[in-house]
Design a protein around this ligand. Structure first.
Ligand code: FAD
Length: 245
């Protein structure tokens, strides 16, 4: 599904919203004929620095792609900080290419278990919205984590997703670092024991993992040790960091 020869386009920024203190979602107008499969990403660069490209997963529904698409960006370094400062309407000199990527969800697994830490939940949102908007029959369980409750992305959408039949299990790893934030939900990291506990048909589900390299490596090893074969493990590793989970 990846378009290796995808042309470069100048994305018009339509709107920006805060997801958490250092994470923003950007809505861009789509170029003519734009479409994508959940799990795919776009590449961005600024015209005054054509060698620096960064990948951002599309987090919106494919149903909206003819008009617009969204990406959620954690501001963690020079490029993402620059992206984070963009405002609608202004000249921003941003260029984009895509969509790219073969780590995709097409609704076919009987039960897809989507697992992410921090901003890794962005492409999982596109997967969930594709199921919700198209009433796809496949079951989805989302297992996501963040350090503190206010860093759980898309939390305000969880109830809508639950009403649409998605099972949502959100866990907080460091609640003690935000004593003012109320949290009555699960606490602790995502590991194989947790997945076994919250996934009813663990031995048949297909696992989609997304996030920092260490988390993906640990989960792949742990799930393999639990008997999950490679064919039921689909992962997207974003690099070496551990700061948002
Ligand atoms: C296929 C793919 C899809 C991606 N999709 C997204 C996305 O949807 N949203 C998003 O925010 N990022 C995403 N990333 C990461 C993104 O491409 C950049 O690496 C990130 O924005 C950091 O770039 P920077 O220049 O700002 O900082 P850099 O100077 O390149 O990195 C600063 C530090 O932040 C770490 N880091 C990188 N990404 C993250 C992150 N997401 N959260 C916390 N720390 C991070 C780096 O490892 C490094 O330690 C994706 C990466 C890949 C490979």
């Amino acid at each position: 599904m990846s378009r290796i020869s995808a042309p470069t386009f100048a994305p018009r920024l339509v709107s920006v919203r805060d997801e958490s203190p250092a994470v923003r979602t950007f809505r861009f107008a789509s170029p003519p004929g734009f479409s994508f499969v959940p799990g795919q990403f776009v590449l961005f660069h600024f015209e005054d620095d054509p060698k620096t490209w960064r990948a951002y997963s599309i987090c919106s529904s494919p149903a909206c792609a003819p008009e617009w698409f969204e990406v959620t960006v954690g501001m963690v370094g020079p490029f993402s900080d620059r992206l984070g400062a963009l405002t609608p309407g202004g000249e921003h000199g941003l260029a984009a290419r895509g969509p790219f990527g073969r780590w995709t969800y097409d609704g076919s697994p009987e039960h897809a278990v989507l697992v992410a830490g921090g901003t890794g939940v962005a492409p999982l949102r596109a997967m969930i919205l594709s199921k919700v908007d198209r009433a796809l029959p496949g079951k989805i369980t989302l297992v996501c984590s963040a350090r503190v409750p206010s860093a759980l992305l898309y939390r305000a959408e969880h109830d809508t997703w639950r009403r649409a039949g998605v099972t949502v299990h959100a866990t907080v790893t460091r609640p003690e670092s935000a004593p003012d934030e109320r949290w009555d939900g699960p606490v602790g990291r995502i590991d194989a024991a947790r997945l076994r506990r919250v996934v009813a048909d663990f031995d048949r589900a297909v696992f989609y993992l997304c996030g920092p390299g260490r988390m993906i490596a640990d989960l792949r090893a742990a799930l393999a040790a639990e008997g999950v074969p490679p064919g039921r493990l689909r992962f997207e590793s974003w690099g070496d960091y551990a700061d948002l989970i």
